[in-house]
Design a protein. Structure first.
Length: 241
């Protein structure tokens, strides 16, 4: 144990081998409210695929917001790719965020851009030329069933279509880490399985994946570890033995 109370092994883990995400005794509350998460510790090893479950209000979105650096823990330590987020300078955060693809529960598509432009945005921001990604973006849009909505604007899409566009945007740049908040909440079971296959394929390419879902059938369809939030604590179950 180091002087600041942090377990010593983290300091000894070389950056390249460090887990994509490490929570150490993390607690979190909103303002002066009750603790939503209490003494939560877990690792997402690089290249792993895990689900995050728990009933409505359990704290799934809150945990994902901590990983996105959108919230700070009230105590404990969070490291991303071996870097302690509390010690990280503010100007290092945008680069770190770029390594994380996020599927938000409320989609967050830009209404004034077409579906194609929304999905291509992370690539455009990364400085890629349109001709280098146009075909890939179209193929991805066909895969998520939006082949006929490429030039549509988000407000004209159904909830399920917006969700699929949000998923395409999160995976298009093959991020190091993908976190998805109820990514199949608005689609039918066949499309949910298809989207899950997309996440599995991305994971095979090396992306670490964490999917929050309370769809038990979906969670059980893969033999991967499940982080379950029970009463503010996180318990890990399942996965290959
Ligand atoms: N911005 C906020 N301010 C205050 N309390 C919040 C805020 N966001 C969430 N909470 C509270 O934190 C708790 C956990 O909410 P959270 O959204 O993380 O749960 P969840 O498991 O994602 O739920 P759901 O499955 O319904 O999306 C809830 O009691 C919720 O009311």
């Amino acid at each position: 144990m180091a002087e600041d109370g942090r377990p010593a092994p983290q300091e000894e883990t070389p950056l390249a081998e460090a887990p994509a995400v490490r929570f150490e005794s993390v607690s979190m509350r909103y303002g002066r409210g009750p603790e939503v998460l209490r003494d939560v510790s877990f690792d997402l090893p690089r290249g792993s695929f895990q689900f995050l479950t728990g009933p409505s209000g359990a704290g799934k979105t809150s945990l994902l917001r901590l990983i996105q650096l959108a919230e700070r823990p009230s105590s404990g330590f969070i490291s991303l790719f071996g870097r302690d987020t509390a010690l990280m300078p503010r100007d290092a955060m945008p680069d770190l965020r770029k390594r994380i693809g996020v599927v938000f529960q409320d989609f967050r598509l830009l209404d004034h851009l077409t579906v194609f432009e929304n999905i291509a945005l992370p690539l455009r921001v990364a400085g890629q030329a349109r001709r280098s990604y146009a075909e890939d973006v179209e193929e991805l849009l066909h895969w998520v069933g939006l082949g006929d909505r490429i030039e549509a604007y988000p407000p004209t899409l159904s909830g399920g279509e917006q969700q699929r566009a949000a998923i395409a945007r999160a995976v298009v740049s093959k991020p190091d880490l993908l976190i998805a908040d109820e990514p199949t909440g608005n689609v039918d079971p066949a499309m949910a399985r298809r989207l899950l296959r997309l996440f599995v394929e991305l994971n095979k390419l090396g992306t670490t994946v964490l999917i929050a879902s309370h769809d038990i059938a979906l969670v059980r369809s893969l033999d991967v570890p499940v982080l379950e939030i029970v009463d503010g604590h996180v318990e890990t179950t399942g996965g290959p033995r």
